[in-house]
Design a protein around this ligand. Structure first.
Ligand SMILES: O=C([O-])CC(=O)C(=O)O
Ligand SMILES: [Mg+2]
Length: 240
């Protein structure tokens, strides 16, 4: 058994623990129906410190197109135009009900569930965009840049601020964090973003990544999880 298929076998078993309450057809329903993906940047103190940037005073949000989604079994494809594409493991929040100007105290009423997500990022593009004050769309929104797990119900994650995230590349631990360390919490992100745009059912909010986002190359196998309850695996390929 090669690395990928051996991960898949264990992934299948581990996955059951958190996916019991969602049927097979519900698993990727949010991916099919989602109309937008919002990402929070620099939302953990450790990444703010390691990048030597100011702590954001307000959530720093960007949009990714839904064409960037992939589900397990499909590879992450590094576009020819990029030289440095990095992994970012994140908790994704899935919106359940249309909402606008949500009060922070009411934000949890609008969540249908969660997913584990990778916010794949072309750091080569982002570095230039930051320098020049240009948009992040291409470095964040390229095809295959949003690999996701299946839907995780609010019964399986009762407190989104106690979720332990990890990511390994070829079996080596690269990222480890806990959502208790989010600078802007899930309710802050919903309240803040909904001042600007209507959140719609199945929209995804990526809550940000802890430190340790590093580039990957073709042939790498990215494995990420939530504690020992959920595990996803994605292979990296070059665009041909
Ligand atoms: O890629 C970045 O630099 C920002 C980002 O998405 C994160 O912090 O999760
Ligand atoms: Mg991110």
């Amino acid at each position: 058994m090669n690395l990928v298929s051996s991960f898949r076998v264990t992934a299948g078993i581990a996955y059951q623990k958190m996916a019991l309450s969602s049927s097979a057809s519900e698993k990727y329903d949010f991916v099919r129906k989602s109309r937008k993906i919002l990402g929070a940047a620099l939302n953990y103190m450790d990444i703010v410190r390691s990048r030597n940037v100011a702590v954001p005073a307000e959530p720093l949000l960007f949009l990714k197109p839904t064409s960037s989604y992939i589900t397990e079994g499909n590879p992450i494809v590094i576009p020819k135009v990029f030289t440095k594409v990095a992994h970012e493991v994140e908790l994704g929040v899935i919106i359940g009900k249309q909402c606008k100007n949500v009060k922070k105290e009411e934000a949890f009423n609008y969540i249908s569930g969660y997913c584990l997500a990778l916010d794949m990022t072309a750091q080569c593009n982002l570095a230039l965009a930051r320098q020049n004050g240009h948009p992040w769309s291409l470095g964040k929104g390229f095809d295959t840049s949003t690999p996701v797990s299946g839907f995780i119900s609010t019964n399986d994650i009762k407190d989104p601020h106690k979720v332990s995230l990890w990511l390994k590349v070829n079996g080596q631990l690269r990222q480890q964090g806990n959502t208790e360390d989010l600078i802007f919490k899930v309710d802050d992100l919903i309240a803040y973003s909904s001042k600007y745009m209507t959140l719609e059912p199945n929209d995804l909010i990526l809550t940000g990544t802890p430190d340790g986002a590093l580039p990957v190359k073709a042939g790498d196998v990215i494995e990420a999880g939530i504690g020992d309850n959920l595990r996803i695996v994605f292979e990296v390929k070059d665009e041909v």
